[in-house]
Design a protein around this ligand. Structure first.
Ligand SMILES: [Zn+2]
Length: 447
């Protein structure tokens, strides 16, 4: 085909496409009338200020909050939900969970090296869907999923929830954890080189080129935050290498979380400009002061002693002291669990909420624990202007409990009501997920 003819053919094709488009537009159905829901809240908590307002009306238009106040007019035909006997608050955030891995006593003796061999990525994606539903039932409307997802089961979960196939929290997912050779594992050569048994749990990135490529791979396959191992090996990442990760991630608009397990590794990550630090092993007083100065978020993952198979007395003492020190230093402390295991008798959401025990042991006031679980969590998850606070224009997510978590944080153990995107997910303590299930991507395709 000559150039002229090719251009002509392209123009004809374009004209036909435009015609087809305008014909479709003429026959598009009229927009559906907005659906209004009015929630009568006996008490409404604003965790940002630690205040409670009584007898409030929360008006929701379709998926978003429309108006909040004592005298909001309820439009005729609006669905009215009576929570006048409950305390309403915004949804909770776990800034560090692993929904697509669940290790257990049987058969792997809680050794997740084994889980990644026994469980396929598709099986782990289905487990993640179930774990996400369990988190939502406990009031967690936002979960940062920080790696260990096989081959991007976390992206699949986020897409499935956002497209409208099933209920679940808003997922901010990390894709595959980036580290120096081996990641968090110490593979044998047979595992690491010949059989690739430890992969895809970790992306090896030892040189600047490999670091750039690893960050780009995660962004290409749907990560919304980048997770690195700062010091999982003695060679770790230097401050300059951390800066390279941060700069490359920024090209895709993403922030970086560093797993740190040594004081020196955490310091390099903080100085390198990461958004958040995972785990408290390297977080001493000096690093907390540096984090407070730079605004670094802290996802300390402080396991309570009550989860007996996953914490020791010495570890708990250290976690409590570190958390207390972070609070005293006014660090941006978030609620984080590192939950990646099965505790018989508990859902993933019940495992997560159990972590309030460590916060109570650290002597942190209930209002500050709640702020970590909400306001600071929204900022860490970067949802504060789209989802989290109960404010007009934001996604209509809310939770209700009988007690007052500003006085007794344990009130959060009894979540009776959950709404996500304006749709009721749990009422009178019972999950009612039917309206969330669809046979197609009702919200459109999501990358
Ligand atoms: Zn973790």
């Amino acid at each position: 085909m000559t150039t002229t003819r090719a251009v002509l053919a392209a123009r004809v094709l374009l004209a036909l496409l435009l015609l087809a488009g305008s014909a479709r537009a003429q026959h598009a159905p009229p927009p559906a009338a907005p659906h209004f829901t009015a929630v009568r809240a006996g008490r409404l908590i604003d965790p940002a200020t630690g205040s409670v307002a009584t007898d409030q009306i929360i008006l929701i238009k379709d998926r978003k909050f429309e108006a909040i106040g004592p005298k909001v007019a309820i439009p005729p035909g609006a669905e009215v939900i009576d929570l006048s006997g409950l305390t309403v608050l915004p949804g909770l955030v776990d800034t560090h969970n692993h929904l697509a891995i669940t290790y257990k006593v049987d058969p792997e003796r809680n050794n997740y090296y084994v889980t990644v061999i026994t469980d396929s990525t598709p099986l782990r994606a289905i487990q993640a869907a179930s774990n996400g539903i369990q988190m939502l039932a406990s009031g967690f409307t936002i979960v940062r999923d920080m790696g260990n997802n096989g081959n991007y089961a976390d992206t699949a979960l986020r897409q499935a929830i956002e497209e409208g196939w099933l209920p679940g929290p808003q997922i901010i997912n990390a894709g595959i954890i980036i580290g120096g050779m081996g990641g968090q594992f110490w593979p044998t050569p047979e595992m690491g080189i010949e059989k690739h048994v430890v992969y895809p749990e970790y992306l090896d990135a030892d040189t600047p080129d490999e670091i750039v490529k690893a960050v780009r791979q995660n962004m290409l396959y749907g990560a919304k935050v980048i997770k690195i191992c700062a010091d999982c090996k003695p060679w770790g990442y230097t401050v300059d290498e951390v800066k390279l990760v941060v700069a490359e991630a920024a090209k895709g608009g993403l922030k970086v979380e560093a797993h740190a397990q040594t004081v020196e590794g955490a310091r390099r990550a903080i100085e390198g400009g990461v958004w958040s630090i995972a785990h408290d092993l390297g977080l001493d007083d000096a690093n907390h002061k540096l984090m407070a100065k730079k605004g670094t978020f802290r996802a300390g993952t402080e396991t309570p002693l009550s989860l007996t198979d996953h914490q020791t007395a010495a570890g708990f003492k250290r976690d409590v002291a570190s958390l207390r020190n972070a609070w005293e230093n006014k660090v941006n402390i978030t609620f984080s669990t590192d939950a990646d295991y099965y505790v018989p008798g508990k859902t993933r959401g019940e495992v997560a909420i159990e972590f309030i025990e460590t916060w109570k042991a650290a002597g942190i006031p209930a209002r500050d624990i709640l702020r970590a679980m909400t306001t600071t969590g929204y900022r860490c998850a970067q949802t504060e202007s789209t989802r989290g606070p109960i404010k007009p224009g934001l996604a209509a997510d809310l939770v209700a409990v009988p007690g007052n978590p500003l006085e007794t944080i344990d009130a959060l153990r009894d979540v009776q009501f959950v709404m996500k995107d304006g749709v009721v997910f749990k009422q009178k303590g019972v999950m009612t997920p039917a309206p969330f299930f669809h046979g197609g991507p009702v919200n459109g395709l999501v990358r």
